[in-house]
Design a protein around this ligand. Structure first.
Ligand SMILES: Nc1nc(O)c(N)c(N[C@@H]2O[C@H](COP(=O)(O)O)[C@@H](O)[C@H]2O)n1
Length: 173
């Protein structure tokens, strides 16, 4: 049948708004940053480095912990820490800058921006699709993650997960 002779579809009384929404295939929530999702952790080694405020380190954790202080020597020691856990431990003993509580979310957001400027990491983050992200933990981190332990029953504000989900949206915008 010639294209211009296609039968005209018959009008129906059904409104398009009557139809049920197509169910979306919501991705499975990611509640542990381990195994294939380990790259989401701030402890993940970033080959090109992570930078903020003239500091560069091998993981988000190194630079985040160093940013807690204005002391150059303390910053240097943290940035040179052999592991992210060592950087975190050193970060708990620094002379904390007085404005840290006001700054920490912005610093973490900037560091996620630096980390996911790596195209391979950005692709991995985008591949999490629309999955809810949260760093479930047992180390009582109820600010950046969600803690489940004998003292906490899945308690946490999940700010790291929220920043990651925002970053994912920005990468797709
Ligand atoms: N102990 C530990 N192990 C991991 O594998 C982690 N990803 C973390 N989390 C990070 O610790 C930081 C919180 O530091 P402050 O308590 O604000 O000093 C933050 O980067 C978490 O993602 N911890």
């Amino acid at each position: 049948m010639p294209e211009n002779k296609m039968p005209v579809p018959r009008a129906t009384t059904a409104s398009p708004y009557d139809s049920q929404p197509t169910p979306t295939n919501a991705s499975v929530p990611i509640t542990r940053f381990r195994d294939g999702n380990r790259f989401l952790s701030n402890f993940w080694f970033v080959p090109q480095g992570v930078s903020f405020d003239q500091m560069t380190g091998p993981t988000v954790e190194h630079v985040f912990q160093a940013a807690k202080t204005l002391d150059r020597h303390q910053r240097g020691a943290i940035l040179n820490a052999r592991t992210a856990l060592e950087a975190k431990t050193l970060g708990q003993k620094v002379d904390l800058r007085p404005d840290w509580e006001f700054l920490k979310l912005g610093v973490m957001a900037a560091l996620q921006g630096s980390k996911y400027s790596d195209p391979q990491l950005a692709a991995l983050l985008i591949a999490t699709d629309n999955a809810h992200l949260e760093e479930g933990n047992h180390w009582h981190d109820t600010f950046w993650g969600v803690c489940s332990c004998s003292a906490h029953d899945a308690v946490g504000e999940n700010w790291l997960g929220r920043l990651l989900m925002i970053k994912r949206s920005l990468l797709l915008a």
